[in-house]
Every structure is written in structure tokens, then in C-alpha cells.
Design a protein around this ligand. Structure first.
Ligand SMILES: [Fe+2]
Length: 166
């Protein structure tokens, strides 16, 4: 199967895709860590460490990323795509919010569900949503979107890796 990140992206939407690389790494590390193979993925091996990884990702990248997508891309999306975008963002936030207060088994379940949805969500965005945007937006709309993304997204602003550094 072709890797989701191998899709050729226009320059204007690349800041979002760069953050998706980071997000997919976090999802991979959470999955490996929960399966007991954290070390092979450079991930924490215990539950508190995995929770800290998810929270760090949430605070440094996730909130800004999802808000930016909704506000910058939102006006160009169909009502059903916008509904799905917002629903999945909210669902991931709910899972992350529930994890710290849960018993260990429920915390594992919340982190696993979060990692799973994060991967599926990014696959949808990269394969369908962004591809539609690239086809539907004219040059000046795309340029405006690209400019906004560069101003607002964490990776563009800092040119660093804000999530977990393996
Ligand atoms: Fe995204």
C-alpha cells in the first residue's frame, strides 16, 4: 500500500503535511508503546510515559493544527467535509482529555483509540480532503491559504520538531 505521506502535495499545503509527519510518528510510537515494543520505536515503554507523549503532542502541536485547519481550510470545504473534520478533531480531543483521569485499562484504551483515529484522520485528510482542496481552489485562494498556514502553524513558525524527538 502506498504510504499516505508519499502523496505529492502543493507547496501551499505542505506546512500541514509536515505536521502530519510528526503526528503519524506520535501515533506509531503510541501503538508500539502500548503493544510493549516502545523501545524499538524510540517511545516510552510505560503508560505514564505514553500519556506524557500524547499530552506533549496535544499541547505543542495538535490544538494549533486542528484550529488552523478548521479556520483556514474550513471556508473552502463542503458542509459534510467540515462536519467530519470538526467531529474527528473533537473526538480526538475527547479521548486525550479522558485519558489522564482514567484507570490504567481505560487509559490504554483511550490512547489506543486516539492513535488509531489520528492515523485514519490524517489518511483521509491527505488522500481526500487536501486533494479536493488543491483541485477546487484557484491560485490566489491557494496562495492565501499557504500564507495563513505559514503564519499560524507551529512547525512553520519555529522550524523545529515540537512533538517528541526520537
Ligand atoms: Fe490535519
Amino acid at each position: 500500500m502506498r504510504s499516505v505521506m508519499a502523496i505529492k502535495r502543493t507547496r501551499q499545503l505542505k506546512p500541514l503535511s509536515s505536521e502530519h509527519h510528526q503526528a503519524l510518528l506520535v501515533a506509531f510510537q503510541l501503538k508500539k508503546g502500548l503493544a510493549g515494543h516502545g523501545e524499538s520505536a524510540g517511545a516510552p515503554k510505560d503508560l505514564p510515559g505514553l500519556l506524557a507523549l500524547a499530552r506533549r503532542f496535544e499541547n505543542t502541536l495538535f490544538h494549533t493544527h486542528t484550529k488552523t485547519e478548521e479556520e483556514v481550510l474550513g471556508r473552502h470545504l463542503s458542509p459534510s467535509d467540515m462536519k467530519r473534520l470538526k467531529f474527528e478533531h473533537a473526538e480526538m480531543e475527547r479521548l486525550l482529555g479522558a485519558a489522564p483521569h482514567a484507570r490504567p485499562a481505560d487509559m490504554r484504551q483511550a490512547l489506543a483509540a486516539f492513535a488509531d483515529l489520528l492515523e485514519r484522520h490524517i489518511r483521509w485528510e491527505e488522500r481526500e480532503l487536501f486533494t479536493h482542496c488543491e483541485a477546487d481552489l484557484n491560485e490566489s485562494e491557494l496562495a492565501r491559504v499557504g500564507h495563513e498556514l505559514e503564519k499560524r502553524l507551529v512547525i512553520s513558525r519555529n522550524d523545529t520538531k515540537p512533538a517528541n524527538k526520537p
